[in-house]
Design a protein around this ligand. Structure first.
Ligand SMILES: Nc1ncnc2c1ncn2[C@@H]1O[C@H](COP(=O)(O)OP(=O)(O)OP(=O)(O)O)[C@@H](O)[C@H]1O
Length: 296
């Protein structure tokens, strides 16, 4: 299957500090990819590298088989909705659609108008007077009407209330099914990602901690609880993601393709949220522990 995004030892450095480091991922087409990580993890950097807005300092990245921003044809295949729903406050909804039509060679005007109408976006309203949710929907409409093959969304729901978030993600899911596009979506909110994503990338401290299809990740990660044990005594095929101990008991989260047969363990499956938290909670290269926002 063709890759929508392939990175090999990709890195971006500002001065001596790496914003993204040794990033190797291969995202097949047709997925809604959740890119999750705490503040400063490198999510925006990866999306901007994919959009061709940044040049790598190390490694390689190809998007839809080409170099990002290789030229107008490549740019037309990728939509990028930057953080904070970038719209022009002084322009009306109709102005935005006209601008989109002028700037994008594959612009789908019928889609843009139909979507704006369905969402109740009044063409005569200035973007600056729309609510945060409406602005996010306008930005998504512009991104979709561009008819990209890959849509990159940087924290599109961060400023939205739960209802607006649900509506936005619902709209995104419908649009991806209808137009067969691939999406990479960054967010802090695991519960939102759980609803829409079928591929996950967890970034912490500028490095990819885990990447893969959600179904496969959920099938291969287990929580083991039992009598206290040193992690070094687990079988070689069980990769320890996290370990917690009390005086008498150990709880491990392990990744393994094999069944866990040791009768000493009580084995349970993980939900996506627990899986993500296990990776986020690891100490990364001695850096401080990181916490993720998980709305209840
Ligand atoms: N233009 C820049 N100059 C210097 N450092 C930068 C620049 N842009 C990003 N960084 C640094 O690179 C690291 C990764 O930033 P990035 O914006 O990619 O993180 P993020 O995961 O998107 O964070 P957030 O969730 O807060 O948006 C951070 O440490 C940040 O301070």
């Amino acid at each position: 299957m063709t890759s929508v995004l392939r990175a090999q030892a990709l890195g971006k450095r500002y001065g001596r500090r790496w914003a993204l480091r040794e990033c190797t991922v291969d995202i097949p087409a047709g997925h809604v990819v959740g890119l999750v990580g705490p503040n400063g993890a490198g999510k925006t950097t990866l999306l901007k590298l994919a959009a061709g807005q940044l040049e790598p300092s190390a490694g390689e990245i190809t998007v839809l088989g080409g170099r990002p921003a290789a030229g107008p044809a490549q740019l037309a295949r990728v939509g990028f909705v930057a953080q904070d729903t970038p719209v022009y406050a002084g322009l009306t909804v109709a102005d935005h659609l006209r601008l989109g039509a002028r700037l994008n060679r594959r612009w789908d005007d019928a889609l843009a108008r139909e979507r704006a109408e369905r969402l109740g976006l009044d063409p005569s309203h200035k973007a600056g007077r729309l609510s945060g949710g409406q602005r996010a929907q306008l930005a998504l409409t512009l991104g979709l009407a561009k008819r990209p093959e890959l849509l990159l969304l940087d924290e599109p729901v961060a400023s939205l209330d739960p209802l607006a978030r649900r509506e936005f993600l619902q709209g995104l899911m419908e649009a991806t099914a209808e137009h067969q596009l691939s999406v990479v979506l960054s967010s802090h909110l695991v519960s939102d990602l759980e609803r829409v994503c079928d591929f996950l990338i967890v970034l912490v401290g500028s490095r990819v901690q885990v990447a893969g299809e959600v179904e496969e990740l959920l099938a291969t990660h287990h929580r083991l609880t039992g009598p206290r044990r040193d992690p070094g005594r687990l079988p070689a095929g069980q990769q320890v993601v996290s370990a917690r101990h009390t005086e008498r008991q150990s709880t491990f989260i392990v990744r393994t393709g094999e069944p866990v047969l040791d009768p000493a363990w009580n084995v349970s499956r993980l939900g996506l949220e627990d899986l993500v938290l296990a990776y986020l909670d690891r100490d990364v290269a001695g850096e401080r522990r990181v916490l993720l926002e998980v709305p209840r």
